[in-house]
Every structure is written in structure tokens, then in C-alpha cells.
Design a protein. Structure first.
Length: 320
């Protein structure tokens, strides 16, 4: 394909359908997504403010929780505003560049979250299995460095995929049967073979998830063995409660992510709207749940949020 033709066809905007087959229900479907987005913005913003303003929370464990809050805000903001524009306003058009930028952010921060969850499992391993060395092994600088390395790894893995996808000629129409620029749905519009991109995506996702989940499983198996050896029942219960919220977030992330990815690649004769709804829920529900989980399960985060709300209430009630 010549360069002029490529510019006139491949670089044209895409059209998002929303939920295929359920277009008449878009307004009603938008309500729970709007509520989850508002709760995600509020909850994660409170977690970030609590960690940044409360000096008692300036420790590696809470830095990792703050990183998850940033990731959740990126996830939700990359997807939901445009999704609601499609549902409410019928604003289906998304620019070619914006489509791939959205895709890049979604997939990059999926890989970043996997890295942060791995770092959190290491944090809990050191805190429970070798507590006397915690302050020397996991310093604040090392925690921040682990977060930056997770970001660099995610961006480094996803950049080649974006290069593969943006170089494809898109001439099979512009309609993306999805609520956002999902990788498989967009690649299906290419009139060249998208197999290299599919294989790279599947290989990298499997490698990252497989490696990270293996190390996470090993960390928590060692933690469980150490906890069961504690002489005090109260100490065992406290340690398990500390790790419980982390394990729940890990299960939601990996099970939901793998389910969403493999349903897109191997639909198993499911209706298109089911595949789209599963993918949408994966990107919108965890960002809402994570701050609730940490606000309820992690006492220090809960106290930090309550202290922050108290300070805000005091400022509002104080005279000008």
C-alpha cells in the first residue's frame, strides 16, 4: 500500500459501538459504570492523600498501596469517560492516535500492576519472615525504585506491540465492536495478518503473569509456613489479616485479567456483549474495590483517611 493511501485509510478515526447488541440499553448500563467510576475517583484519591499527608504512612507497604491507587485511577480514567460519552452522547468516534494511546495505557498499567503486586508480596515476605531485617532490606528508596522498574518494564514490553499494531493497514471498516480500543477488536480490523501482534501479546502476557504469579505464590507459601509456626494465636491472626487484603486484590487482578484476555482471544461461542461486559467490568470494578478493601482491612490506611476527613471537615467548619 502506498504512503498516500495508507495515510487516507489507516489514520482515519475508529468508531466504538459500546456494548454490541445492547445499544438500546446504553443509558441504563451507564449508571453502574458511572457510580463505580465516581467511587474509584473518590476512594483512590483519599488513599493517595492519606499516604502523602500522613507521615505515619511513609513506609514501603503504604507506598505500594499508593502506587496501586495511581494505577487504578489511570485504568478508570483511560476507559470510563470515553465509554460514558458513547453511552450518553453517542460520541462513538475516537481518533486513530487516541485509540492506540488508550490501548497503550491500559496494557502498560496492567503490566505495572502485576509488578507492584509482586513487590507487595516481597514486602509482606520480608515483614513476616525476616522482620528484624525489614528496615534495611526494604527502604523507602528501594520501594520507589521497584515501582519505577515496574513502570519501565510495562512500557518496555508494550511499546513493541504498539509498533506492530500501528503499522498495520486498517481497511476492513472503522467500527470497533467494543466500548474502548481493545487490542483484539482493533487488530481484527486490519487487512494484513495481525498474527505477529497476537502472538507477541499472548507470549508477553503469559510470561509476565506466569513469572510474577510464580514468585507471588512462592512468597505467600513461605509467609503461610512462617505464620503457622507462630506460637501465639493472636499473632497468627494478625499476620493473616495483614496479608488477606493483598491476597484478595491479587486474586481479583489475575483471575479477572486472565478471564478477560482469554475470552477475547478464544470467545468459546459467547455472545459479543458478554465478552465486552466482562472486559469492561475488569477495568472498572477493581479500581473501585481496591481502596475499599484497603480502607477496611488495613487499619493504618483507615485511620489515615479518617484523619484526613476530619481535617477537611475542620477546615470547612472554621470561620473565614
Amino acid at each position: 500500500m502506498s504512503t498516500p493511501n495508507r495515510s487516507s485509510t489507516s489514520l482515519q478515526p475508529f468508531l466504538l459501538t459500546g456494548i454490541p447488541g445492547l445499544e438500546a440499553l446504553h443509558v441504563w448500563i451507564s449508571i453502574p459504570f458511572c457510580i463505580t467510576y465516581a467511587m474509584a475517583l473518590l476512594g483512590n484519591s483519599l488513599v493517595l492523600l492519606a499516604v502523602s499527608l500522613d507521615r505515619n504512612l511513609h513506609e514501603p507497604m503504604y507506598y505500594f498501596i499508593a502506587m496501586l491507587a495511581v494505577i487504578d485511577l489511570v485504568f478508570a480514567t483511560a476507559v470510563v469517560p470515553k465509554m460514558l460519552a458513547v453511552f450518553w452522547l453517542g460520541s462513538r468516534e475516537i481518533a486513530f492516535e487516541a485509540c492506540f494511546i488508550q490501548m497503550f495505557f491500559i496494557h502498560t498499567f496492567t503490566a505495572v500492576e502485576s509488578g507492584v503486586l509482586l513487590a507487595m508480596s516481597l514486602d509482606r515476605y520480608v515483614a513476616i519472615c525476616i522482620p528484624l531485617r525489614y528496615s534495611t532490606v526494604l527502604t523507602d528508596c528501594r520501594a520507589i525504585l521497584m515501582g519505577l522498574l515496574s513502570l519501565a518494564r510495562g512500557a518496555g514490553v508494550m511499546t513493541p506491540l504498539m509498533c506492530l499494531l500501528t503499522r498495520l493497514p486498517y481497511c476492513r471498516g472503522r467500527v470497533v465492536p467494543h466500548s474502548y480500543c481493545e487490542h483484539m477488536a482493533v487488530a481484527g480490523l486490519a487487512c494484513a495478518d495481525p498474527a505477529p501482534g497476537h502472538l507477541y501479546s499472548l507470549a508477553m502476557a503469559t510470561l509476565l503473569v506466569g513469572t510474577d504469579s510464580a514468585f507471588i505464590t512462592f512468597s505467600y507459601s513461605m509467609i503461610l509456613r512462617t505464620v503457622l509456626r507462630l506460637p501465639s494465636h493472636e499473632d497468627r491472626l494478625k499476620a493473616l489479616k495483614t496479608c488477606g487484603s493483598h491476597v484478595f486484590v491479587i486474586l481479583v487482578f489475575y483471575i479477572g485479567g486472565l478471564l478477560s484476555m482469554y475470552l477475547q482471544m478464544f470467545p468459546f461461542d459467547l455472545a459479543p456483549h458478554v465478552q465486552v461486559l466482562v472486559a469492561n467490568l475488569y477495568l472498572t470494578v477493581p479500581p473501585m474495590l481496591n481502596p475499599i478493601i484497603y480502607g477496611v482491612k488495613v487499619k493504618q490506611i483507615q485511620e489515615g483517611i479518617l484523619k484526613l476527613l476530619g481535617q477537611l471537615a475542620g477546615l470547612r467548619s472554621s470561620p473565614a
